[in-house]
Design a protein around this ligand. Sequence first.
Ligand code: SF4
Length: 304
Amino acid sequence: MSIPTVPSGVQPIDPAERVGRGVDGVEVLGALSPSRAGDFLACPLLYRFRTIDRLPEPPSVDAVRGTVIHKVLEDLFDLPALDRTPQRADAMVVPSWDAVREAEPALDELFPAHDEGAALGAWLVSCREVLARYFTLEDPTRLEPADRELYVETVTDSKLLLRGVIDRVDVAADGSIRLVDYKSSRSPREAYEGGALFQLKFYALVVWRMRGVVPKRLQLIYLGNSEVLTYDPDERDLLATERKVEAIWDAVRLAKETGDWQPNKGPLCRFCSHHALCPEYGGTPPPIPVRPPADAQPSVDVSG
Ligand code: SF4
């Protein structure tokens, strides 16, 4: 099984960016994933720091917990159905952490060596607690996913590449499709549910374009507080999502042309590593990097 995204100390990684940047035979003008679109919506300057400057960001224990849990939930379905028990999942936490750490050795710095493993031990317990909640929400012995960690991509009429990696795709006997996304965090307040669903609507749009079938159900599984958020989209929803994505892309292109990447101070700032470079916190952004021509194609340097 592939190892899912590891929040890196080198630069923020989007799962889709590890898989591909283009579509054979189609000249794309740019690429966008839900994560990068979300960055731009939240704060254009953050988008710039991540996709244009490609600034390093320190890994966080919360993000890496999510990575480990995603890996366990991906690998769990390699087991025979009856073996997908809470005990087996619990036993997969340490091997999954080892695999994630092996892929990204910088993660060792997350836990101080001088406390004889106490911080790591407590963190692994927290991984197990979050994982245990999964079994209160679904019975994996009764599920046979069609795909896990599925890379999807499509090109819109305006030559924008949309791409992403879907945690799980279930296909029922009648062909209906359910897209599932695991979150190790808590569910958002009702006012923010629309934003949370944007990622899955984006994936649903891509799947619709690829397969000609509108996914019947979108399902967000919040393991932080054992909640499931579902939504049944229709074509109108997905057309509206496409318009929204195109509008985001137009705004990205405008910012790129003008060099005007506005900061947007808000709740996300708490998790942002770039206060020292952000005008909202008294900092000054670095000059926009000049890349060699091959790297300067919009499909690369403003992707995500
Ligand atoms: S600190 Fe806040 S406003 Fe500044 S770049 Fe980060 S998210 Fe944007």
